[in-house]
Design a protein around this ligand. Structure first.
Ligand code: GLC
Ligand code: CA
Length: 535
């Protein structure tokens, strides 16, 4: 942990997926005024900040991560005044605001890309992207595969006959930017200033590890293996994955770091505490610490818990390694159990185990991220293929189902047909089985996941934040994990049997009401966790 704590050091940050939060005008899609009108729910959880996934001008081929103008709001979400009002309301409620920046690529509808296509080969307009000639046999410049499936190159035919391929690590509508071109870096600095000047407190940096590319005209020896290794849903041995991921020519190259050093200077030139968190899927995990060196960014996501099995020994290793690693660079750890790109934690581990894990993690030093709906224990929705919108679904011809199941709108109340999310038809159907999971329903139920998060965050803020490191007691030799922090003992039973622990103190909170402290023993049923105040 950092010696000098800043607002983000132990912050709880709530991720809002704008399209699915609240629809204010009945078109079936969430929007900025909808967020503004529902921030009190977020505040009531006891979080410190919100991070909003993109709401910029976009054709929305990849949920807004295909940005056509990073300094304007897409009409589906409102306008710039709505963004200002949203930031203002958040600040009134004591919430900091992080916005997403997407520096790896633009949308093909960005003016720059249109200009590039309209300009001849070798032009300055083309140099802002990665345009290259086909190989002699007409095939793409190299054999890289898009993370969403299919080739990472698409050919454009232009009026002057200069057919070339452009690189897109994601969808073909997301051309990768050339970060060696100073127009690109200048434009992003303009974007960062734009949102800071509008009142934002910082950024989540999309694909932060992707900006620098190497060997762009060289074939990879195992493109399919590499592409599989980058997909979390493809199983392979840790060794094979490790080998393939240890040097990806387009991820985690040294060239990304000078960019963040420059950004850090820009942040520090503001007279307030600006922070940024990097989305950097890197291998081995220790490489992540390079993004949070003292002159770079403040946080880097740790995605280990998004893929860890609910087993004590794995959880111990993942948590302990993370803490030790970040200690070395004096940066706060980050913890995330769900986001808009991965199956929700309640679907991965089931309702009870996901509550247990969340409570356990909320006691750790560092910063916690909560994805909207996680506080309701929402599972992934089982969608019909005809409802799916994720480009990963289309580019793999349905082999990958994609991420839409984790992006279904929030159920605000169980009464209306649309769960109070919209007066129109929600852009993705909300499952009928979610009736009892709505915010209003959970408000009434003291045993709900919503109350668990609220109570835990209140105790965390009052008694755990600022108390420093943890001391492990049970390290996963059995299915029990436990540590001491401040005046609390924290326990997790990841097994299938009840664990009884001799314990003095007072039960502060359990992940469900079956956890009890009786006759000097803490009773932890399977898949539960608890915090005990020891003094
Ligand atoms: C990030 C985003 C994801 C998006 C991708 C391409 O991983 O979180 O949603 O599809 O970048 O921008
Ligand atoms: Ca709307």
């Amino acid at each position: 942990m950092t010696s000098e704590n800043q607002w983000w050091t132990e912050s709880v940050i709530y991720q809002i997926y704008p399209r699915s939060f609240f629809d204010s005008n009945g078109d079936g899609e969430g929007d900025l005024p909808g967020i503004t009108s529902h921030l009190e729910h977020v505040q009531s959880l006891g979080v410190d900040a919100i991070w909003l996934s993109p709401f910029y001008k976009s054709p929305n081929k990849d949920g807004g991560y295909d940005v056509a103008d990073p300094r304007d709001v897409d009409p589906r979400f409102g306008n710039l005044d709505d963004a200002k009002a949203m930031i203002k309301r958040a600040h009134e409620l004591g919430l900091k605001v992080l916005v997403d920046v997407v520096p790896n690529h633009f949308s093909d509808q960005h003016q720059w890309f249109k200009d590039a296509v309209a300009s001849p080969k070798g032009s300055p307009e083309r140099d802002r992207f990665h345009f290259h000639d086909a190989k002699a046999d007409g095939t793409p410049p190299n054999n890289w595969i898009s993370l969403f499936g299919g080739p990472a190159w698409t050919q454009v035919e232009t009026a002057d006959g200069s057919a070339q391929y452009y690189l897109h690590l994601f969808d073909s509508s997301q051309p990768d930017l050339n970060w060696e071109n100073s127009d690109v870096s200048d434009d992003f600095e303009k974007t960062l200033r734009f949102w800071l000047d509008l009142g934002a407190d910082g950024f989540r940096i999309d694909v932060a590890h992707g900006l620098a590319k190497e060997n762009i005209l060289i074939d990879h020896h195992d493109p399919q293996g590499l592409s599989d290794a980058l997909r979390l849903d493809v199983e392979m041995s840790a060794e094979t994955r490790g080998d393939l991921l240890s040097s990806v020519p387009f991820f985690d190259r040294d060239g990304v770091h000078p960019i963040y050093r420059k950004w850090r200077k820009l942040f520090d030139s503001y007279n307030r505490d600006v922070m940024a968190v990097a989305e950097a899927w890197v291998h081995p995990p220790v490489r992540a610490t390079r993004y949070v060196r003292h002159d770079e960014l403040q946080q880097v996501f740790n995605f280990d818990l998004l893929v860890a099995p609910f087993e004590a020994k794995f959880l111990y290793k993942c948590i302990n390694d993370t803490l030790e690693m970040l200690h070395q660079v004096d940066a706060p750890a980050t913890w995330a159990l769900s986001n808009h790109d991965t199956p929700r934690v309640a679907s991965r581990h089931g309702d009870q185990a996901s509550r247990a894990l969340a409570l356990f993690v909320m006691a750790l030093p560092g910063s916690c991220y909560i994805y909207n709906g996680q506080e309701l224990g929402l599972p992934d929705a089982d969608l019909a293929d005809s409802d799916r919108q994720d480009p990963a679904f289309f580019r793999t011809n349905g082999v990958q189902k994609g991420r839409d199941g984790a992006r279904v709108p929030m159920p605000w109340n169980g009464e209306s047909a649309t769960f109070g999310f919209s007066s129109g038809k929600p852009w993705l159907p909300i499952p009928q089985s979610w009736r009892g999971l709505s915010v209003a329903d959970q408000e009434k139920n003291l045993e709900s996941t919503l109350h668990l998060y609220r109570s835990a965050l209140a105790i965390r803020r009052e008694h755990l934040v600022g108390t420093g490191d943890i001391t492990w007691v049970n390290r996963g030799e059995t299915e029990l994990l436990s540590f001491a922090r401040g005046e609390y003992a924290i326990y997790l039973n990841a097994g299938n049997e009840v664990i009884e622990i001799p314990s003095v103190g007072k039960l502060a909170i359990g992940s469900n009401f079956k956890v009890v402290l009786a006759d000097g023993s803490l009773i932890l049923p399977p898949a539960t966790s608890a915090w005990v105040a020891i003094r």
